[in-house]
Design a protein around this ligand. Structure first.
Ligand code: C5P
Length: 232
């Protein structure tokens, strides 16, 4: 079974205040940290990185220098995240049966999460790495509470999200035809009635969205480096 990793990294960084994918996080571009476990994973056959048109050449050069023999493609993204993902899936190897999609902005993904996300697709159309809500969840549209949702049934979606490639392409087509915009790919797979499994994620696998998240990421990397020094 061939698995292509798709790494959407073509966002504009609106909520962060700047494009962050290439910003140095403890000495290395954010994208490097995110790609590392995919480059090391035996379960991933190729990686397709999706970036803004203007960053194609520079990204290709940087990625080539760390690819260590694994096939890595770099393609241009689109306006919406799902446009970027579609471009990535279209560029993936025709022999791939699964695609493992992971946000460039989540640098603490691990080989273990990647493997679990792929294994969960053995008996399903796809899988979503997610964590259970620790907080009580309120539903509100205008800051007045409408109801409380049982938190044991609430899962907060992360990535990797791995899908049957053929079915994901059908779901992407359906989303385009019916003008559905999902904040993740699972949403458009769910709209097709496909069977999506949940895989227990990790609170460290957060998405760097706001400046405070960047500081949290730096603190974790410094802590990890200290741990490594102690173990040496
Ligand atoms: O916007 P969101 O938080 O969902 O972004 C998640 C990931 O999708 C980020 O890594 C971002 O770079 C990427 N993205 C993209 N193309 C877009 C918008 C977001 O590749 N048009």
């Amino acid at each position: 079974m061939n698995v292509s990793a798709i790494i959407p990294a073509a966002g504009s960084g609106e909520r962060f205040g700047e494009v962050k994918q290439f910003k140095l996080l403890v000495g290395r571009p954010l994208l490097f940290h995110t790609l590392k476990p995919f480059l090391q994973s035996k379960n991933i056959h190729e990686i397709v990185v999706v970036v803004h048109q203007d960053d194609l050449d520079a990204t290709f050069r940087d990625v080539l220098s760390i690819s260590a023999g694994k096939s890595v493609k770099v393609v241009a993204g689109g306006k919406l995240r799902q446009d970027s993902v579609k471009n990535g899936v279209d560029a993936s190897d025709s022999n791939s049966t699964l695609v493992c999609i992971h946000d460039a902005a989540r640098p603490f993904v691990t080989e273990d999460l990647i493997q679990k996300s792929i294994s969960a697709c053995e008996n399903a159309d796809g899988s979503v790495v997610a964590i259970q809500s620790q907080d009580t969840v309120k539903y509100s549209k205008n800051r007045t509470v409408e109801k409380t949702i049982a938190r044991e049934n609430i899962w907060l979606a992360q990535t990797p999200q791995t899908f049957n490639k053929e079915k994901l392409l059908l779901a992407l087509d359906n989303a385009e035809t019916n003008q559905l915009t999902g904040t993740d790919e699972s949403a458009i797979m769910e709209a097709m009635g496909y069977n999506i499994k949940l895989v227990e994620g990790d609170s460290n696998n957060f998405k760097i969205t706001k400046p405070g998240d960047w500081m949290r990421a730096e603190a974790i990397l410094h802590q990890q480096a200290q741990g490594n020094l102690k173990n040496d």
